[in-house]
Design a protein around this ligand. Sequence first.
Ligand SMILES: Nc1ncnc2c1ncn2[C@@H]1O[C@H](COP(=O)(O)OP(=O)(O)OP(=O)(O)O)[C@@H](O)[C@H]1O
Length: 272
Amino acid sequence: MLEVRNVTRVFGSRAAVDDISFTIDRPAFVGIIGRSGAGKSTFLRMMNRLTDASSGQILVNGQNILSLGGQARRAWQSQCAMIFQQFNLVPRMDVTSNVLHGLLNRRSTLATMFNLWSREDILRALQILDRLGIVEQAAKRAEALSGGQQQRVAIARALMQDPQIILADEPIASLDPMNAQVVMDTLKRINIEDGRMVIANLHTLDTARRYCDRVIGMRDGRIVFDGTPEQLSTGVARDIYGADASFNEAATSTALPTDTAADREYAERLLA
Ligand SMILES: Nc1ncnc2c1ncn2[C@@H]1O[C@H](COP(=O)(O)OP(=O)(O)OP(=O)(O)O)[C@@H](O)[C@H]1O
C-alpha cells in the first residue's frame, strides 16, 4: 500500500531525511518518534508534497507520489490529509466553514471565491462534527473553542477530504493530557472504523506505545528502529533519542517548532 524507497531530503549540505525506506502494507496506525530535528516533520511534508524530496520514491498503491505535478499533486494532497500541532484553522471563521474548507482541492475557484457550499456538503460536515462529538460547536468561531476541540475540528476538516491517509504532525503537543487523550482516541477510531492509515509524529513514548501498531524511530534523518510498541523498550528508546545513561522517558518531549513556513503555506492555500 505504501512503500518508501530510499527517500532523502537535503537542506544545504545536511540531510534532514537520509535514505529512508520502509513499507506499510495495511491501514495501520504508525507512530514516528525521535528527538527534535530527527527529520520527522520533513518526512510527513514530503508525503503530503509540502516539501520536495531530493531523491527517492514514495509509492502509494504503486504510484510514485513524489513525481506528481499540477492537478494530480493536488488530488494526492486531498488523499492524504494533514493535521498540525497548531491546528491551522481559520480562527475567525465558524467551525462548519473550517470543516468545509477540507473540500478546497476539489472545488472550482468560482465556488470557493463566493463561498458556495452545497446543502449536501454542509450536511456531511455536520455529520462529521457530530461523529467527533462537537456538532454543538458548529456555529461558533473556531477561536472560541478549546485546543482539544480545535484539533477535532482539524480532524473533521481532514475527514471532509475523505482521505486514504491521515498525516498528523505532533497532533497533541499543544494539548493538556485530557484533551490529548480525546484527540488520540479520535484518530484511533478513524483508523479502526474507517480503515484509514494514520501516520503520526509523536513526542511521547507512552502515546506511541498506547496507540500505535507500529513505531518508527528516527535519529539524524535515519530510521534506527522499526517495530512494534512491545519492542520499544527503554534501551531502544535511549538509542533513538541518543541519550546517555541518564535518559529519562518522561523527558522525550520535542520543542515547539520554530520553522512553521510549510504550516502557514497550508493555511494560506486553504484561505486563497
Ligand atoms: N526549510 C528548511 N530549511 C532548512 N533546514 C530545514 C528546513 N526544514 C527542516 N530543516 C532541518 O531539517 C532537520 C530536520 O527537521 P524536522 O523539522 O524534520 O525534524 P523533526 O524531527 O520534525 O523535529 P521537531 O520535532 O523539532 O519538529 C533539522 O535540522 C531542521 O533544522
